[in-house]
Write a protein that binds this ligand. Structure first.
Ligand SMILES: [Zn+2]
Length: 276
């Protein structure tokens, strides 16, 4: 289940009902009445951007009309049951670039029923930046996870997410072995042991939340498609955060390397001209 509006909009597949109980209502109220600001790839700019809702008026004729004065969420839900909630967000770079989402409420459950551009279109551009830190074919597998989730194939979607973690660990083990900081046979370690052994170089979020692999494995072996679908938005967001941290660390190392060489070069040049 989505834990915030960004997950609800960006990574929650269609037709996954969200129970509007005690925890669901804040998301619902923000979706309908709140200010929405999300970071997301803009398919028209071809870059990551920020999308926001200009005003509540952009809710259109769905939830926006006739319910604004109702303060209590349960009453609000009752009034708009069956109506379509239209959400329109605008790209910060260009107001003509829009993202549109459609939701409905049926039997006390919030259901995402459509969006444009599609989740896969948005992710295709947004995921491209991770190609530097993911194996060949990894981006395509992430897209496959999203496509499967869109069609309610939760177990299959989770399999692809688990592969991302496995490849990441293998890659770190390979690099650590090349650097002489890891000499264990990774195949003999279980996943928690691998994460512990490689903790110094792994993305922080993965190390601090190492149980995520257990959840993914449980999804593959024990959980139903329906249960996997409930957890998919949170799991996908976690995988994307791990890739983001991996990319950020890679960029930091590269930047430091470039600057170190420049400083060394300059220092040598100044030294050879006897300047202090
Ligand atoms: Zn844009």
């Amino acid at each position: 289940m989505a834990s915030n509006v960004t997950e609800l909009l960006v990574t929650t597949p269609f037709y996954s009902p969200i129970e509007l109980g005690d925890t669901g209502e804040p998301i619902f109220e923000q979706l309908v009445f709140g200010s929405i600001v999300i970071d997301c790839h803009c398919t028209e700019c071809g870059k990551d951007s920020t999308f926001r809702r200009d005003s509540l008026a952009s809710n259109g004729g769905g939830a926006g009309s006739g319910v604004v004065t109702v303060a209590v969420a349960k009453q609000t839900i009752k009034i708009i049951e069956g109506n379509t909630i239209n959400i329109e967000l605008y790209c910060a770079r260009n107001h003509a670039h829009k993202m549109r989402y459609w939701f409905t409420v049926q039997k006390g459950k919030l259901i995402k029923i459509g969006q444009y551009p599609s989740m896969v279109s948005i992710s295709r551009g947004g995921l491209r930046k991770y190609s530097k830190v993911i194996y060949d074919g990894g981006i395509r597998e992430l897209e496959s996870a999203m496509t499967l989730a869109t069609h309610d194939h939760g177990i299959g979607a989770v399999v692809y997410l688990r592969r991302i973690i496995e490849h990441l660990l293998n890659n770190h083990a390979k690099l650590a072995r090349e650097n002489g900081t890891f000499d264990a046979d990774i195949e003999r370690l279980d996943i928690p042991q691998r994460i512990e052994a490689l903790r110094d170089t792994l993305p922080r979020f993965l190390y601090e939340n190492k149980t995520i692999y257990g959840i993914l494995s449980k999804g593959v072996h024990e959980l139903s498609d329906e249960t996997c679908m409930q957890y998919f938005p949170m799991l996908l967001s976690s995988i994307l955060l791990i890739l983001e941290q991996e990319l950020s660390e890679r960029q930091r190392i590269l930047k430091e390397d470039v600057l170190r060489k420049e400083i060394h070069k300059l220092s040598s040049a100044l030294g050879s001209s006897k300047t202090d």
